[in-house]
Design a protein around this ligand. Structure first.
Ligand code: GLU
Length: 483
């Protein structure tokens, strides 16, 4: 087999979203699996919407994820430049070829005229497509319109006939004759459009497989026609199903964060994030938890499904937990320091002087962490005395005053405030007041942490320390007015 060459071709018009990164990942995995080449090409011909800052940002995100490219911006390669804005001369050359073959014509229709045409067609129950009106203009008429200064775009003449896309994921997809109107290759300012540049670049960069989102499937027949007109062989196609939200609708902000940057700043581990994304459309044979290298060894387009993948933030969180669980306590605690500092729980000096205590705190909650920023909500009560209670919780603790008084007394008498002695005291209190299980623990948990659930109290108590434990119980055992 010839070398596999795949590409990820983002437009730098905003932050990368989950769908983009899944596309990048599948291309990367396929290249690694086949010992092929992974190309990054930046599609920045839309001057108004593209920016250098977005371009840098998207490359930084790919670096962070570990999806490095073999050819592309920053590193170059045999088919440089890998930025479309720097390939104008190449597109002009190809346009000249099409002009010489009379495969294109100028179209002077205005946006308003086109919109009206679309509405009329829809009104008649037809699929909207360009009528081909300007194809019929004579040379003379074109000359006059140009002389008047009428702006024009260039359209490609779509030849008659059915077009069949052989898709590696979806099988044969047929586009019947007469469905596609003559489409635009250059805008009125002369800049080339996506369908044109993508074909020129994929052909010249010898891309063997185009793996991208299903939203581009309707562009594929147009691109096949351009390959034919330019005398190039089309690549193999693989269109990935759209990622949907849990309600079955196309994933959008309504479903939560969709930009990868957001997940990065929440502190998801890149491997966990990629592992989760990989499962949105691909079912690996050997279980769900696969670090990048193992994914690459197993990945194959034949196991990519065509039904829509559902993005489930709960499962992403679960995946995050699996990867955090593999970190050593020391490494994990260090990784959490910036998040604790941001929340103003600790400063740099405390991070150093209280590192062992911090490790203890982290150890109690580590299994709950799907991403690093979870540490902030999980450990609030270790760093702040501002616990808040619902009216029901307040009632519960007021009603349990005798129990909380017994705890107060029992804990005050402990000289070595460790987990073992803490637990002994709790059991002793249980015997005295004749309570066990939730009835015994729940009021104590509420008083110490302000939470309904959480880690073992025998761990929490000693980490809070005797003084704080007594202080938090005193609130409920004296007659002072509660917040
Ligand atoms: N620039 C296009 C996009 O971001 C690339 C589509 C393609 O892969 O052909 O959607």
């Amino acid at each position: 087999m010839d070398t596999v060459r795949v590409r990820f071709a983002p437009s730098p018009t905003g932050s990368l979203h989950l769908g983009n990164v899944r596309t990048a990942l599948y291309n990367w995995l396929y290249a690694r699996h086949t010992q092929g080449v992974f190309i990054l090409r930046v599609e920045d011909t839309d001057k108004e919407r593209s920016s250098e800052a977005h371009c840098e940002e998207l490359m930084d995100i790919l670096y962070w994820l570990g999806l490095k490219w073999d050819e592309g911006p920053r590193i170059g390669g045999p088919y440089a430049s890998y930025k479309q804005s720097e390939r104008t001369a190449i597109y002009e050359e190809h346009l000249a070829k099409l002009k010489a073959k009379n495969a294109v014509y100028p179209c002077y229709c205005t946006e308003e005229e086109l919109e009206l045409e679309r509405k009329r067609q829809l009104g008649r129950g037809h699929m909207p497509k360009y009528s081909g009106k300007c194809r019929k203009l004579t040379l003379e008429e074109r000359k006059n319109l140009d002389a008047e200064g009428k702006p024009s775009v260039l359209r490609f003449i779509v030849p008659p006939g059915e077009i069949v896309v052989h898709d590696e994921v979806r099988g044969e997809v047929r586009f019947p004759d007469d469905q596609i109107g003559d489409f635009v290759l250059t805008r009125s300012d002369g800049s080339p459009t996506y369908n044109f540049t993508v074909v020129v670049d994929d052909a010249l960069m010898k891309v063997s497989h185009v793996i991208r989102g299903e939203d581009h499937l309707s562009n594929t027949p147009k691109q096949i026609l351009l390959y034919q007109a330019l005398g190039y062989t089309p690549p193999k196609w693989a269109h990935l199903s759209i990622i949907k939200g849990p309600d079955g609708q196309k994933l959008s902000k309504r479903h939560g964060e969709t930009s990868v940057e957001a997940y990065k700043s929440k502190g998801y581990l890149p491997d966990a994030f990629l592992n989760y994304l990989a499962l949105l459309g691909w079912s690996p044979k050997s279980g769900e938890i696969l670090p990048l290298e193992r994914m690459a060894a197993e990945f194959d387009l034949s196991h990519v499904g065509k039904s829509g993948a559902i993005f489930d933030p709960v499962k992403l969180h679960w995946m995050g937990q699996q990867y955090i669980a593999k970190m050593s306590l020391d490494e994990l605690t260090r990784s959490l320091l910036p998040y604790l500092a941001d929340a103003q729980y600790i400063d740099r000096d405390q991070a150093r002087s209280k590192f062992d205590w911090l490790k203890g705190v982290v150890d109690t909650v580590r299994t709950s962490l799907g991403c690093f920023s979870d540490i902030v909500k999980e450990t609030f009560y270790f760093f702040s005395d501002e616990l808040s209670f619902t009216p029901e919780q307040t009632e519960e603790m007021k009603g349990q005053r005798a129990l909380l008084e017994s705890y107060h007394k029992a804990f005050s008498e402990i000289s070595d405030f460790n987990g073992e002695n803490f637990l002994k005291a709790v059991k002793e209190v249980g015997k005295q007041v004749n309570l066990k299980g939730k009835a015994l623990y729940h009021p104590l948990r509420l008083a110490l942490t302000g939470r309904e659930d959480g880690p073992e109290l025998a761990k929490v108590g000693p980490l809070l320390g005797k003084d704080k434990v007594i202080e938090r119980l005193t609130v409920w055992t004296t007659d002072q007015v509660r917040r």
